[in-house]
Design a protein around this ligand. Structure first.
Ligand code: S5P
Length: 277
């Protein structure tokens, strides 16, 4: 586990050099939640309704904006308003995976205009270093107004059975995170990755990447399509700073009750990890 995992969110926020990481830890501390809800619903109404009802209990909402059947300006305006109302961040789980020139257009332009509204995005590093460089470049362009409020998570591992995001791929994820740490806020992974010392010459002492762990579910071990689940306790014990739950929350009989339960368990596991500081 990373040496920073034992510190409180408050301590990690205090002088974190990555603006978005600092914001994430501040929100977690203020709202006492490390829950990200994966709102994988298919209409704007369902998405905004979930965001409003679950808003008080979550730190981040994760979207797959391209699964909405009715995406429009209203989707963006509505999400932005709810993010401000409830103090959560928006993570578009677009998993960019292409050459630099293409991902810049996918991130910044097109129908979805992701860079305008998503605080956090993620990418696979299968194409190599250029994808990280390209996304970082877009976010730091002098005519890009949201610069410091944007961050990237590198998809360093996956939860699905037979995932090939392992070994050398995961190590390179750490190298690129270190190389572009102004823009790379952290990882989507099943555990903290900092200790792997992929290329230790790139590491710095103040390094503190944020770990988002998906595949969190309290009542299921997996689905019929290869998804594999762990509990909030297990994820946080392995170094997750934020737990991502989808169907465990939005498909529960009462999503608000479920969100509260994940919040409670996630927070207790975090307190146990930091030893009641
Ligand atoms: O390795 C991964 C990475 C991600 S981002 N495994 C995943 O399941 N995800 C995403 O997390 C996936 O796309 C989905 O949106 C969510 C998991 O949903 P659940 O309903 O299985 O909790």
């Amino acid at each position: 586990m990373s040496s920073k995992s034992q510190l409180s969110y408050k301590a990690r926020a205090s002088n974190h050099p990555n603006v978005l990481a600092k914001k994430l830890f501040e929100i977690a501390e203020a709202k006492q939640t490390n829950v990200t809800v994966s709102a994988d619903v298919t209409t704007t109404k369902e998405l905004l309704d979930l965001a409003d009802r679950l808003g008080p209990y979550i730190a981040v909402i994760k979207t797959h904006i391209d699964i909405l059947s009715d995406f429009s300006d209203e989707t963006i305006t509505g999400l932005n308003a709810l993010a401000a109302k409830h103090n959560f961040l928006i993570f578009e789980d677009r998993k960019f995976i292409d050459i630099g020139n293409t991902v810049q257009k996918q991130y910044h332009n097109g129908t979805l205009r992701i860079s305008e509204w998503a605080h956090i995005i993620n990418c696979s590093i299968l194409p190599g270093e250029g994808i990280v460089e390209a996304l970082a470049q877009t976010a730091s362009a002098s005519d890009f107004p949201y610069g410091p409020e944007r961050g990237l998570l590198i998809l360093a591992e996956m939860t699905s059975k037979g995932s090939l995001a392992t070994g050398e791929y995961t190590k390179k994820s750490i190298d690129y995170a270190r190389k572009y740490k102004n823009f790379v806020t952290g990882f989507v992974s099943t555990r903290a990755l900092g200790d792997e010392q992929a290329d230790s010459s790139l590491a710095t002492e103040d390094e503190d990447f944020v770990v988002f762990t998906t595949g969190v579910n309290l009542s299921s071990k997996g689905d019929k399509l290869g998804q594999q689940y762990q509990t909030p306790q297990s994820a946080i014990g392995r170094g997750a700073d934020f737990i991502i739950a989808g169907r465990g929350i939005y498909a529960a009989p009462d999503p608000v009750d479920a969100a509260k339960q994940y919040q409670k368990q996630g927070w207790e596991a975090y307190l146990a990890r930091i030893g009641g500081q």
